[in-house]
Design a protein around this ligand. Structure first.
Ligand code: SAH
Ligand code: SF4
Ligand code: F3S
Length: 436
């Protein structure tokens, strides 16, 4: 019998990317192969994000597009996974009756079982936060070769309850995976060709599954032969401990790039956001990190138009950005999320949010460009990932996560080489093999 086909569409953060891989593998055990074309699929799975209103609405418009497919192919199964599944549960099936199953981010190891319960139009729903560890119940990862970079989830959930954020509700309480499982999975990835691992967690630096926390885990991973690079994301400023700061100074495999969201620069707003640190605390932390690793590139997340944010508060965010100099950043207009405390507060008008976002992004783009342009003439180490769009070109990432194009046929994915940067474009750098 020909294998059945699974189409997965992933929204949201890197943790969803990782979960999609694991769900595809779980379904692989049931005889499903993945396809890039929904029209070929026997099962469509949307792995969704609930972080902002737009993200959640995308799911319903995407489901609308599958109506015709389901009409032509009544056996087609449609599933919704991820954070919208967790947040809205059975409401999804009420709004879109063609959805067969809904599965939350902590219970997707039960996906094959849920699917088997959807015969004859029956619906299946599982948004539990089960006692058992889903990773223990997922099939061992297949041994097939893979590309040089991989995500590896080590920590899930969040106990921080920032006033704007749904993650503590959709992903549950903070849990760390035991270090021995993480190390086994990392070794396995390396055997399959991976050379760079990005450790993932909603609050990855709160990891406590290894002695010495995340720094301890990073040092243990650094012992793995063949693993060349380690990154981690996303960190909370309050969980950046001394050991992790020190690791940035003396662990060669840990890359000099750190995503450290601050959200805002006004202490009044930070307090109302329940971030439990001040702007000054954050700036001091950055100073310590830079004292340890002077070339560290920083990245951040910002929210503009949080309830009751005044122009003065917004200026404090602009001042903080000016003081830090970010290598890259993500910025968003505040989006009201049902059930979160901030949604109950007086809102900033939409046009004001638009205006602030524009000004903030202009500043961030200028900084980003300045840091990128400053790479010209410098040597970086590029790990190549894939051929570029132009023939004879390879693209990879520098240690600072800049995309670098090199015209050369001497490299394969996974190779690392010293490259001299010769020019800087809008989104990437160009380089040549550095002379010895
Ligand atoms: N755990 C991570 C990120 C979580 S979500 C952390 O703590 O940094 C990613 C980003 O989305 C957040 O950093 C924040 O900037 C943004 N975000 C979260 N909720 C939001 C909301 N209601 N409106 C707008 N942006 C939001
Ligand atoms: Fe959301 Fe705050 Fe937790 Fe990050 S730390 S996931 S922003 S509640
Ligand atoms: Fe979105 Fe859930 Fe990630 S809400 S950002 S997919 S944790």
């Amino acid at each position: 019998m020909a294998p059945k086909k699974l189409y997965i569409k992933t929204y949201g953060c890197q943790m969803n990317v990782y979960d999609s891989e694991r769900m595809a593998e779980a379904m692989g055990g049931e005889g499903y192969e993945t396809t890039a074309r929904p029209e070929d699929a026997d099962m469509i799975l949307l792995n969704t994000c609930h972080i902002r209103e737009k993200a959640a609405e995308k799911v319903y418009s995407e489901l609308g597009r599958y109506k015709g497919l389901k009409a032509n192919k009544p056996d087609l199964k449609i599933g919704v996974a991820g954070c919208v599944a967790q947040a809205e549960g059975a409401e999804i099936m009420r709004r879109q009756p063609m959805v067969d199953l809904v599965v939350g981010p902590q219970s997707y190891h039960r996906l094959p079982d849920l699917l088997s319960r959807t015969h004859n139009g029956a619906k299946a729903l599982d948004t539990d936060f089960p006692e058992e560890d889903k990773f223990d119940h997922l099939k061992a990862r297949p041994k097939a070769k893979r590309g040089p970079t991989a995500f590896l989830t080590v920590q899930e959930g969040c106990d921080k309850f920032c006033a704007f954020c749904v993650v503590p509700y959709t992903r549950g309480a903070e849990v760390s995976r035991p270090a021995d499982r993480v190390l086994t999975e990392a070794r396995d990835l390396v055997e399959r060709g991976v050379r760079e691992i990005t450790l993932l967690g909603q609050n990855v630096n709160a990891y406590h599954g290894h002695e010495g926390g995340l720094a301890g885990l990073i040092r243990a991973l650094a012992e793995i032969d063949g693993l060349a690079r380690i990154r981690f994301t996303t960190s909370h400023p309050n969980d950046m401990d001394d050991a992790l700061i020190a690791a940035h100074g003396d662990c060669d495999k840990l890359m000099p790039y750190l995503h450290l969201p601050v959200q805002a620069g006004s202490d009044k707003i930070l307090k109302r956001m329940n971030r439990s640190h001040t702007a000054e605390d954050y700036l001091r932390l950055i100073e310590r990190l830079r004292a340890t690793r002077p070339d560290l590139h920083l990245s951040g997340d910002f929210i503009v138009g949080f309830p009751e944010e005044t122009e003065e508060d917004f200026q404090a965010t602009m001042d903080l950005i000016a003081a830090v100099e970010y290598g890259s950043a993500f910025s968003f207009k505040y989006s009201e999320r049902p059930g979160t405390p901030a949604a109950e507060r007086p809102q900033v008008p939409e046009d004001e949010k638009d205006d602030r976002l524009q000004r903030l992004q202009a500043l961030l783009t200028t900084q980003q460009r300045r840091l990128q342009d400053a790479m010209v003439g410098r040597d970086v180490h590029v790990m190549f990932e894939k051929p570029g769009r132009m023939p004879g070109q390879m693209v990879g990432k520098s240690e600072y996560l800049h995309a670098v194009h090199v015209e050369s046929d001497a490299f394969s994915p996974g190779d690392i080489a010293r490259i001299r940067i010769v020019s800087s474009g809008p989104n990437s750098l160009k380089g040549v093999v550095a002379p010895r």
